[in-house]
Design a binder for this molecule. Structure first.
Ligand code: FAD
Length: 420
């Protein structure tokens, strides 16, 4: 059967961001559906069986599947239609309407259209190929998320003794998970002088299990023909291996946890402007991109460390997409929110001064700083001053800017962190 359906809002991605977006768009009265390429809703949370999700939203320590289930239930109660196992082949705009060509094994090729689209495709892991490691490419080099999928979803142990490269959150969580399942984790090796995951994960996943964290080190070479037999570790200076510091470690796997990249290839044909710092689209406070009618949320927008804020962004994107579908666009008066001293990035990157609402702003510092003051200001006006005992790049910070305090004639809002 050839389906051609008209919707108000189409949400691409059925993880926590997409679920929250679909629920809030539906609650605003929009005819909404979700497209998901996998066979079940829940996104990455399906394989995150550790607890620690939902502390902000539910004040409870939930596992990933439990957290996802709370939103799946809400979507089910509202009968939000879901297209599972469905791939978007093409996305284009004709007049004011987006047209999506899709394919799945049940319907074959089918087409959906809507005036508003919410992007909630999450992110993918950087692989070993994206970091510079000498040696062969035997079996046994996995990303941390793949190792997690093997253990938690498929019930296979991918290693008996391994080395973890990179101290991002997934690597830290997998160090603990593999140890609990009986593997020997020789250590986590991080090229930077400090861990790139959350402090709580360093404590709960490494220190509590006596797993060593080696800073300023990297895996320089992988050994083995058919299967990993060992790796060479090097201390580094200025990101370069220091000669003479080589150490061979006998192991059967290298688990790589070297960062996440928002998945946004789907919008490439539309040339939606992408922020090179976040790898997600530039957005305003409604999470609408610079392309009218396309909204972005969750990890597709920028890599989040807490799922609660992913759901919050889904909520914002979904309800604004519903409003957009109903009323279309009021002309925007966009000005940039510019990251200045010690700010790595800021989201949203623009605010629409025609709206005098409260704006949720996320930022990360570019380095670890102690006793600093955050300042949000423009042309002599100071909107927010806040002191921080410590800020670290892995910990995303959240502030609220009240636009009713911001004059309509300014050209830029600046955000900076400076020592006191
Ligand atoms: C290992 C790990 C541990 C974590 N631990 C914690 C924790 O303890 N506490 C916490 O709060 N947060 C944690 N997080 C973070 C949190 O889980 C993520 O931030 C959150 O799941 C991101 O949600 P999302 O909906 O943006 O993306 P995802 O969960 O990745 O969902 C995206 C969905 O979109 C689908 N999709 C992608 N492209 C397409 C397409 N073209 N067409 C159709 N569908 C598509 C994908 O299949 C997927 O289902 C963890 C994350 C990971 C990876």
């Amino acid at each position: 059967m050839l389906i051609t359906q008209k919707w108000d809002v189409i949400v691409i991605g059925g993880g926590p961001a997409g679920l929250a977006a679909a629920i809030s768009a539906h609650d605003q009265g929009a005819k909404t559906c979700i497209i998901e390429r996998e066979e079940r809703l829940g996104g990455i949370l399906k394989q995150c069986i550790h607890d620690g999700f939902g502390l902000v939203t539910f004040k409870e320590k939930l596992t990933g599947p439990e957290y996802a289930w709370r939103y799946i239930e809400q979507a089910n109660e509202r009968n939000v239609p879901v297209f599972l196992n469905s791939f978007v082949m093409d996305l284009k705009k004709e007049g004011n309407i987006f047209k999506l060509s899709l394919i799945n094994s049940k319907e074959g090729a089918f087409y959906l259209s809507a005036p508003a689209i919410v992007l909630a495709m999450g992110c993918r892991e950087r692989t070993a190929k994206q970091v510079f490691i000498h040696g062969t490419r035997p079996a046994g080099v996995f990303t941390a998320g793949l190792a997690q999928y093997f253990i938690n979803i498929q019930g296979h142990m991918p290693t008996k003794k391994c080395v973890i490269l990179g101290s991002g959150d997934i690597g830290l969580i997998m160090a603990r998970r593999l140890t609990l399942e009986g593997a020997t984790v020789h250590g986590v090796y991080e090229i930077l002088p400090e861990p790139s995951g959350l402090t709580r994960n360093v404590v709960q996943c490494l220190q509590d299990y006596c797993i060593p964290l080696h800073l300023n080190t990297t895996v320089a070479k992988v050994h083995g023909k058919n299967r990993v037999e060992g790796v060479t570790i090097n201390s580094v200076k200025n990101f370069k291996p220091i000669p003479g510091t080589e150490k061979y470690i006998d192991c059967d796997a290298l688990i790589v946890s070297v960062g996440l990249i928002p998945e946004n290839e789907i919008i490439e044909p539309l040339n939606v402007p992408i922020d090179p710092k976040t790898r997600g689209p530039f957005v305003d406070q409604n999470l609408m991109t610079m392309f009218d009618g396309i909204f972005s949320c969750g990890n597709a927008l920028h890599v989040n460390d807490l799922v609660d804020y992913v759901s919050e962004s889904g909520n914002i994107a979904g309800s604004n997409a519903a409003n957009f579908a109903k009323e279309n666009l009021q002309k925007r008066n966009l000005i940039p929110v510019t990251p200045k001293d010690n700010i790595l990035y800021v989201v949203p990157q623009y605010v629409d001064l025609n709206q005098k609402s409260e704006v949720v702003i996320f930022f990360r510092s570019s380095r670890t700083l102690r006793d600093v003051k955050l300042k949000v200001y423009s042309d002599g006006n100071n909107y927010i001053s806040k002191k921080y005992k410590v800020v670290r790049p892995p910990e995303m910070e959240r502030i609220i800017l009240n636009l009713s305090k911001v004059p309509s004639n300014i050209s830029e809002i600046n955000i900076e962190l400076k020592g006191e």
